[in-house]
Design a protein around this ligand. Sequence first.
Ligand SMILES: [Zn+2]
Ligand SMILES: [Zn+2]
Length: 92
Amino acid sequence: MGECAICERAVETTRHHLTPQNRKESPVAPICDPCHRQIHAVFTNHELKHRFNTVADLKESEEMRKFASWIRKTNKSHVRVDETEHVSDWRG
Ligand SMILES: [Zn+2]
Ligand SMILES: [Zn+2]
């Protein structure tokens, strides 16, 4: 058990690499499974590396603020998150 750095719930957390293209040296943040899936569904690794490479940046993004306020109300530890077109288009 830990505390999610995004939604601040006391739940099981996973390790998110803040700069995904450089996993070895990347700082990691404890993030719950739903928030973690959401991060990778709405942001590309490129955006994570360049724009959202700190917990504060992620947390203040509109996408994650909306998601965090929703997940806090649900009490869910696992959710299905679909990759947004924004991310799948980028992957090609
Ligand atoms: Zn969370
Ligand atoms: Zn991650």
